[in-house]
Design a protein around this ligand. Structure first.
Ligand code: SAH
Ligand code: TMP
Ligand code: ZN
Length: 416
C-alpha cells in the first residue's frame, strides 16, 4: 500500500537563492518517471506539469513543479543501481580514486554516502574494512545493501541527520554522492548538513548529470521529476560558496550521457585547480549563464520530438514492429513528451524484475523481461538505454545479425 499524499511542490523563487524565476519551457503533463504501474492503478495515476527555469542570479537550472520526494523515493523505488555492469565498474573506479587520493593516509577514515541505493559504491569501502555509512530513504533498495553487510540508514539526509551522524560516529573524512544531489529540493539543508558533517580537512565528491552535456547534446530526457536540478559549475559554486565552501576541482564523466564530478572543501583548505576556471569559461561560451540561450535548446527539443515521432510513424506505416529497449527513468520524458504510445511500441524490454509485468508511466506500454527479447526480436528496437550503449550492443549482436535495427535519438534521431 502506498499512503503517500499526492502533493506537488510548486515554486516561484529559486531553490538556491530565493530570486524570482520563470519557466522558459513546458514539457507538458508528466507522470512519475519511475512510476511503473499495474492496470488497476491507471485511473489514479499521478501527473504534474513539467516546467523548467534557469535562475538569472545563481544560474541554477531547475524544475518549477515537482512531486513531493516521498512520492518518488519510498519502499517501492524501481531503480536498482547494480543492474548496470558499466556502473558497477564506474563506482569501483570512483571508490579507488577516493581511497587513493583522499583516505590512504588517514587514521581510521569515515566515509558517508547519500543515495547509496543497493550499495553499488559503498561495497567497495566495506570490502576493504573502511568505516562507512550509507543514507538511503528507499527501503527496498537499501535492504539489498543491508543484506550485504553495508552499513545503511533508511532516511533522507538533511542537516538534522548530519548532526546525529556526527554525535554517533564523529565527523566524516569524505562525503560522497552520485546522482542524488540533483534530486533534492531542499539542497540548502543538504549543504548545511555537509558543513556540519565534514572534518575541517575533509573532501566532498559528488557527480550528477551535467547541464553542459544536456544543452550540447539536447539530452532533454535528463529532465524528469526526480531531477530537481541540472548542475553547472556556476550553480554549484554559488550553492557551496553560500556556506563557506569551495569547488577545488571538476572532472567530466561519461556516465548517464555526460556527468560532472565536483570536488569541494571548506574554503581555503586546498588549492583550486585550473580545471574549475576553464570549465567556468566554457559554460559562459556555450551560454549556460544566460536564459536567452536556452531558446535554442527549446527549439532543438521540439525538432527532436518531431523527428522521432515521424520516424516511428513511418516504420509503423510500413507494417514493421518496434520495441523499446530498457525502461529507463529518462525514457518517461521521451515517451510522454514525444507522444509515443503503445501503438508505436509493442513493449519495452527491461532487466529489472520490479518493472516487468507492469506498464510504463503515462503511456502504459507493457514492460517485459529482457530474456523474452531474443524470442521475439522486433524489426526495430528503440534504444532508451543509450547511456549503456556499449554494454547493450555487445550483448545484443544476435539481434543485429538477424536483421534487427536500432533506433537512437542521441545526439540525433537516427537508425543505426
Ligand atoms: N547513487 C546511486 C543511486 C542514484 S538514484 C547511483 O548513482 O546509481 C538516487 C537515490 O537517492 C535513490 O536511491 C533515492 O532513494 C536516494 N535519495 C533521494 N533523496 C535522498 C536524500 N535526501 N538523502 C539520501 N538519499 C536520497
Ligand atoms: P538508467 O539509464 O537510469 O541507468 O536505467 C537503467 C535501466 O535500463 C534499468 O531499468 C535496467 C535497464 N537495462 C536493461 O534493461 N538492459 C541493460 O542491458 C541495461 C544496461 C540496463
Ligand atoms: Zn537562484
Amino acid at each position: 500500500m502506498n499512503h503517500h499524499s499526492n502533493q506537488i511542490i510548486r515554486i516561484s523563487c529559486c531553490h538556491i537563492c530565493g530570486y524570482n524565476i520563470d519557466s522558459f519551457m513546458n514539457f507538458g503533463r508528466m507522470p512519475i518517471a519511475n512510476g511503473f504501474l499495474k492496470k488497476e492503478k491507471f485511473n489514479s495515476e499521478y501527473f504534474f506539469d513539467m516546467q523548467v527555469a534557469l535562475c538569472d542570479n545563481c544560474k541554477m537550472f531547475q524544475l518549477i513543479n515537482q512531486p513531493e520526494p516521498k512520492q518518488m523515493f519510498n519502499e517501492n523505488y524501481a531503480f536498482f543501481s547494480g543492474t548496470s555492469k558499466l556502473m558497477v565498474n564506474h563506482f569501483k573506479d570512483f571508490s579507488n580514486h577516493v581511497i587513493d587520493d583522499y583516505l590512504k593516509d588517514k587514521d581510521n577514515p569515515f566515509v558517508v554516502e547519500i543515495g547509496s541505493n543497493d550499495g553499488i559504491m559503498l561495497k567497495n569501502f566495506a570490502q576493504k574494512g573502511i568505516r562507512h555509512l550509507g543514507i538511503e530513504p528507499s527501503a527496498n533498495v537499501a535492504q539489498v545493501a543491508i543484506d550485504q553487510g553495508i552499513n545503511t540508514t533508511v532516511e533522507f539526509f538533511d542537516k538534522s541527520l548530519a548532526e546525529r551522524i556526527v554525535s554517533e560516529h564523529g565527523q566524516a573524512d569524505a562525503y560522497i554522492a552520485a546522482n542524488v544531489m540533483c534530486h533534492i529540493p531542499n539542497i540548502n539543508s543538504i549543504v548545511e548538513g555537509i558543513k556540519v558533517l565534514l572534518k575541517s580537512d575533509g573532501i566532498v565528491i559528488f557527480e550528477d548529470p551535467y547541464l553542459g552535456n544536456v544543452i550540447e547534446k539536447t539530452t532533454y530526457d535528463q529532465i524528469y521529476d526526480e531531477h530537481t536540478f541540472l548542475f553547472s559549475i556556476h550553480s554549484i559554486q554559488y550553492l557551496f560558496n553560500q556556506y563557506g565552501m569551495e569547488v577545488i576541482d571538476v572532472e567530466p564523466q561519461e556516465s548517464h550521457g555526460g556527468s560532472m564530478r565536483y570536488f569541494i572543501t571548506h574554503k581555503g583548505k586546498k588549492s583550486v585547480h585550473n580545471t574549475v576556471s576553464n570549465q567556468l569559461e566554457y559554460e559562459v561560451n556555450i551560454g549556460l549563464t544566460k536564459v536567452d540561450s536556452f531558446s535554442q535548446f527549446k527549439e532543438n527539443c521540439e525538432k527532436y520530438r518531431t523527428n522521432l515521432l515521424a520516424l516511428l510513424n513511418d516504420i509503423k506505416n510500413e507494417g514493421k514492429t518496434i520495441a523499446g529497449y530498457a525502461a529507463t527513468s529518462k525514457s518517461t520524458t521521451i515517451i510522454n513528451y514525444c507522444g509515443i504510445t503503445a501503438d508505436h511500441l509493442d513493449c519495452i524490454y527491461d532487466t529489472t524484475p520490479i518493472k516487468q509485468g507492469k506498464f510504463s508511466p503515462g503511456a502504459h506500454i507493457p514492460v517485459k523481461p529482457h530474456n523474452e527479447f531474443k524470442d521475439n526480436y522486433p524489426d526495430y528496437a528503440l534504444l532508451f538505454g543509450y547511456n549503456h550503449e556499449k554494454e547493450i550492443m555487445a550483448k545484443e549482436q544476435e539481434f543485429v545479425k538477424q536483421g534487427g535495427k536500432w533506433i537512437t535519438y542521441v545526439p540525433e534521431v537516427k537508425i543505426i
